[in-house]
Design a protein around this ligand. Structure first.
Ligand SMILES: [Fe+2]
Ligand SMILES: [Fe+2]
Length: 259
């Protein structure tokens, strides 16, 4: 038997949240999904509110990961107190609210969820993600059957380095943050499912989820612009990982983009 896990790329703004609410039940059914994890750092553009969380949870998201926009909305402090299924990058400094990992149940399996963040070309500078991963994996050892990692990072090289670093130690490693899906999904010979970036869930006619006119003006005139979310036709981007429930290794990975 297998555990089928759906990982959903950065859910962006109202359009992204509404699309997940509308489409996730159907996708879960069509793809026979047992567990769904979503990156929720952008549900309110920057950060997540209580109502975004509730909507996504009601839609069928079982676990939430974050990133450089973790503290964009103050509701996140309440969520860290109230919920056990939301994690922020483990390499935030000691003493930062929230946890970098969690263990969640899926049938009779215990899934370790780990969130880490890169340090290349990303606004928040954190501790070393490689050493943070070592620390958290030690912590998760014996507490779960397999580990799933969201590496929230900009640089493809840093993500690939993490792939080789964690290979054979985790079952799934996916990247988030760039909002653009990569076509390099792979199952390593050690049984780790990997993709450099899941892509974004939100308005397609946009620049990374923001109204395209705003970002274009920013590039063309080099003046600061207030961000506004884009609306319209949406897509949910992510990947489905299949994990063998006897070996706890990944046996397949499939990219998805549902419009
Ligand atoms: Fe994002
Ligand atoms: Fe991000």
């Amino acid at each position: 038997m297998f555990v089928r896990l759906l990982a959903v790329g950065d859910v962006f703004g109202e359009c992204g949240v509404e699309f997940v609410s509308m489409a996730l039940r159907g996708i879960r059914e069509d793809e026979n999904i047992d567990f769904c994890i979503a990156n929720a750092e952008n549900t309110s553009g920057t950060g997540i509110t209580l109502s975004d969380y509730d909507k996504l949870y009601d839609a069928g998201v079982d676990a939430f990961t974050l990133g450089n926009h973790t503290f964009g909305k103050k509701d996140v402090f309440r969520l860290f107190e109230r919920e056990t299924n939301i994690v922020r990058p483990a390499n935030y400094p000691d003493g930062t609210p929230g946890c970098g990992s969690a263990v969640l149940k899926c049938g009779d399996k215990k899934i370790g969820i780990l969130n880490i963040m890169g340090r290349i070309d990303i606004a928040v500078s954190l501790d070393c993600p490689f050493r943070a991963a070592d620390r958290e994996l030690k912590n998760l050892k014996d507490r779960c059957d397999f580990v799933v990692v969201d590496f929230h990072a900009e640089a493809t090289s840093e993500k690939k380095a993490m792939m080789y670093y964690l290979d054979s130690r985790v079952s799934v490693l996916f990247g988030t943050h760039t909002h653009v899906q990569t076509a390099d999904e792979i199952v390593t010979k050690n049984g780790m499912g990997y993709i450099t970036d899941l892509g974004m869930t939100g308005a397609e006619d946009s620049i990374l989820g923001v109204k395209k006119e705003i970002i274009m003006r920013r590039f063309i005139n080099a003046l600061p612009q207030k961000f506004e979310y884009a609306y319209g036709r949406a897509a949910l981007c992510g990947a489905v990982f299949e994990i063998d429930d006897t070996t706890n290794k990944c046996i397949s990975v499939k990219r998805i983009c549902v419009r």
